[in-house]
Design a protein around this ligand. Structure first.
Ligand code: FES
Length: 574
């Protein structure tokens, strides 16, 4: 690390009037209208990129956390300045929050770059906010540290613990199957998400928090502290102090999120049996620092990284259990022999130095198992290839029904989300439990915008017979809190003319997790005929953000980022 540079503070990036002294004088004058003294305005500035919103329940406790961050900044001799950016509350956005992740990332990047700050605290938590913050900060190039909201605590219902959102789906499936009545499902609705914070299981938000912690972008081992715990506020205060200590250093996100750190993050994703969405987000973050994720290399990591974490949606515990069990540092110890220990975190220490510190408590092995007694000997996620997904697809094998991991069945095709909604519960639908449900036109370029619709519901008539899982295939995503034998992110997607668009009801499809393959058992000649008869692309939206999105969003394998925001875009360097 090089020498500390002097801070620019309020005079960083002056507005251009063609007169620098005037710009400085005008900016100080307007800043003084907010009541700042000269002493305050001469300090280094720590921006606080803030995502509180009335449409984001997961960030409900941010006002309290913000006070703690400011306390840490001020106590360290810098001036905290809060600024808003877009917030993405997972369930409040249409068609899906994923559509807006890149918009938020652009907002974050441009506001960090355009406004006068020497370092920045990124406050986020809900699913898409953490990747958007990291993507934007990576491109903005100023020293940054992330503070997450932390997970929710669990609720209680008739003697059992409930946590969003695995139990949301479990109860909804029981309601669809006629096992739970209307009165009980209404009761459960009020007991699933009972505190502030992100979903209580190893869903996307939790996985992304652990990935950010592994990448070195947050106060070490602060990723899993529950939102409502006093430790969360202490972590917020320390994060503020850490951001102040970053001023003048060259500890920018791209110096921390190196290829080695990204590989460590992939290892952690596998060891915690994390969300399938995380592979998309990590690919997008990596793309901002010029790193491509190779799916074959990912499979090699998966085959040699054990699952150590026993949490829902595939295991027993919740994030509050994970935190008290030891948190990320306990997992890192378990796979330390597979990690690159020379990566650095935002405090400046190496991972080797981080892991040399003793944990404050023994690891609770009910939730974080030792490497010699793992939950599974191999990683939770694999990439699939084959003629149905030449560019790759993802399967969470840890969440699948073991007997379906090697399966051949007849395709039952839904051509869109609308078609799915119209027919899935039709009592006359020709479907059996051995069939393979296929959803087309739900990928990133489709009008649906890659929603979390890949967890296709079990047709009601089969659910009522007790069918709990079937092989399901789509170019959509799946909530990190869901489970089942679900093949996702099929690339190229149907809207891009991928082979998924050519599947017809009645075709045979073969899934083999052992061979990491997904095959459409139809001859090349027949597929060529079908391809020639594909209808021409419908024109997408012709204005605004939808226009931009339709033209520039990338495929799932590259993280669905806009091509012009990736480091390898041939335009001007940032
Ligand atoms: Fe925000 Fe699940 S809804 S993390």
């Amino acid at each position: 690390m090089s020498e500390r540079k002097p801070h620019a503070g309020l005079t960083g990036g002056l507005t251009n009037y063609g007169d620098t002294d005037f710009a400085r004088y005008l900016r100080r004058s307007f800043a003084k209208s907010m009541g700042y003294t000269d002493a305050a305005l001469d300090k280094p500035i720590v921006g606080i990129c803030y995502t509180e919103s009335g449409f984001n329940n997961c960030h409900r406790d941010f006002p309290q956390m913000l006070e703690a961050v400011k306390r840490g900044v001020l106590a360290s001799g810098a001036l905290p300045v809060v600024f808003p950016v877009i917030s993405l509350g997972e369930v409040f956005l249409s068609p899906t929050s994923m559509n807006f992740r890149n918009l938020m990332a652009m907002d974050v990047e441009e506001m960090i770059r355009a406004q006068p700050m020497d370092s920045v605290v990124l406050m986020g938590g809900c699913d898409k906010t953490v990747p958007a913050l990291l993507m934007g900060a990576a491109s903005a190039g100023k020293p940054a540290v992330l503070l997450v909201s932390g997970p929710m605590m669990t609720g209680r219902h008739r003697g059992e613990r409930l946590g969003a959102c695995t139990d949301c789906r479990r109860f909804w499936a029981r309601y669809r199957g006629g096992d739970v009545d209307e009165a009980e499902i209404n009761q459960v609705e009020g007991r699933l998400a009972v505190t502030s914070g992100t979903c209580a299981v190893m869903g996307t938000a939790s996985t992304m928090a652990l990935i950010a912690d592994t990448l070195g972008m947050m106060l070490p081992n602060s990723s899993a502290i529950p939102s409502v715990h006093a430790d969360r506020l202490r972590a917020a205060e320390e994060t503020g102090a850490l951001a102040a200590s970053l001023v003048g250093t060259d500890r920018t996100p791209d110096t921390l999120m190196t290829p080695a750190a990204i590989e460590n993050a992939l290892r952690v994703l596998l060891a915690v049996s994390g969300s399938t969405n995380a592979i998309v987000h990590l690919a997008a973050i990596a793309g901002r620092v010029g790193v491509d994720i190779d799916l074959d290399a990912f499979n090699r990591l998966s085959d040699e990284t054990p699952v150590l974490v026993n949490l829902k949606p595939v295991g027993d515990g919740y994030m509050e259990d994970f935190n008290t069990a030891g948190g990320l540092d306990a997992v890192l110890r378990g796979i330390a022999d597979k990690l690159n220990l020379e990566t650095r975190d935002v405090t400046g220490q190496t991972l080797r130095e981080r892991l040399a510190r003793p944990l404050p408590d023994p690891i609770d092995t009910r939730f974080i198992r030792p490497p010699n007694d793992p939950v599974e000997p191999v990683g939770g996620l694999i990439a699939l290839h084959g003629n149905l997904a030449p560019g790759g697809a993802i399967l969470k094998r840890a969440a699948a029904t073991p007997r379906l991991l090697e399966h051949e069945g007849r395709a039952v095709v839904f051509t869109s989300l609308e078609d799915l909604a119209a027919r899935i519960d039709d009592p006359d639908l020709d479907v059996t439990a051995d069939d393979v449900l296929v959803l087309q036109h739900a990928g990133p370029k489709s009008p649906a915008g890659m929603p979390e619709a890949g967890y296709l519901p079990i047709p009601k008539k089969l659910a009522r017979q007790g069918v709990k899982d079937m092989v399901r295939i789509s170019d959509a995503r799946m909530s990190g809190t869901a489970f089942g034998t679900v093949v996702l992110h099929v690339t190229p997607e149907a809207a891009d003319g991928g082979p998924l668009a050519l599947v017809l009801t009645g075709d045979r499809i073969r899934l083999s997790a052992s061979r990491k393959s997904i095959e459409l058992l139809v001859s090349e000649q027949e597929l060529a005929v079908r391809r020639a008869n594909l209808p021409a692309d419908k024109a997408g939206s012709q204005r605004g953000y939808k226009w931009l999105y339709g033209r520039h969003v990338g495929n799932a394998t590259s993280g669905c980022d806009f091509d012009f925001l990736r480091r390898d875009w041939p335009g001007e360097p940032v």
